[in-house]
Design a protein around this ligand. Structure first.
Ligand code: SAM
Length: 229
């Protein structure tokens, strides 16, 4: 999968060179590149923002550099998915990650200031599949952290990126809709806290039943909304 990110802070994306995603890039399972939007500006100050028509606080990202970025990065056959990081978009979920893990090419458009001129989104929709995606109901300063979160979540679903693919099946937010059960490792007793006896019993059926009960209990307590979905 090819992934591009357009941003005024490409250094944020250095985090993707670490650990499993760094290895996935070395193995060519993903080809990632961050692009500085200012590369597509031509004035002395490399300006990417301007004041909003109609007034209001803050600045907006102006359309021209984005148009040139899309001219360079989008697949002419329209196969690219452009994701605008946007707190007013659909909320990113594990199901979204599974869907996007099938894509061949994704371009993340990272907003800053008060966001991006609406015509950039309207234009991109004529050239590519466009999605506006939020990573949650809160406001970040820019789209970089949101894009990194999505890229990590999408890329780990690409075959070969995670060493043990079975670990994906047991995680929270998979199809079961249940959160993961609590987990323990050695030592069996630590600072007065003991590992639940059932986990050291060797009885696999009893362990599976205990884990399922824990999942249901935890989900009811912390995220009852997941059970009613
Ligand atoms: N004025 C915008 C609003 O009220 O919806 C918020 C702009 S925010 C300060 C700047 C940029 O950060 C946004 O354009 C978007 O790219 C990114 N951003 C902020 N919160 C986000 C979130 N929850 N999910 C995804 N992107 C977000």
């Amino acid at each position: 999968m090819r992934i591009d990110a357009v941003t005024i802070f490409p250094d944020y994306f250095d985090a993707l060179n670490i650990s499993l995603l760094g290895k996935a890039q070395e193995k060519n399972l993903i080809q990632f590149q961050a692009h500085d939007l200012r590369k597509w500006t031509f004035d002395k100050h490399k300006t990417v923002d301007d004041s909003p028509y109609g007034g209001g606080a803050g600045m907006l990202m102006k359309p021209e550099p984005w148009g040139l970025a899309f001219d360079e990065l989008l697949d002419p056959e329209g196969e690219t998915i452009v994701i605008f990081t946007n707190p007013a978009g659909e909320v990113f979920k594990q199901a979204t990650a599974y869907e996007l893990a099938k894509a061949e090419h994704i371009v993340f458009a990272c907003g800053r200031y008060e966001g991006i001129d609406q015509r950039v989104i309207d234009y991109a929709s004529t050239e590519a599949k466009v999605r506006l995606i939020s990573i949650g109901d809160y406001i970040l300063n820019g789209g970089e952290v949101a894009a990194i979160a999505m890229i990590e979540s999408i890329a780990r679903l690409i075959p070969g990126v995670i060493g043990n693919a079975e670990s994906l099946a047991e995680e929270s937010h998979n199809e079961s809709g249940l959160l993961e059960y609590p987990s323990y490792t050695k030592p069996a007793s630590w600072r007065g806290f003991d590992v639940p006896e059932v986990l050291t019993s060797g009885n696999h059926a009893a362990i599976a039943a205990w884990r399922h009960a824990q999942q249901v209990e935890r989900t009811k307590a912390v995220r009852p909304d997941l059970l009613s979905d």
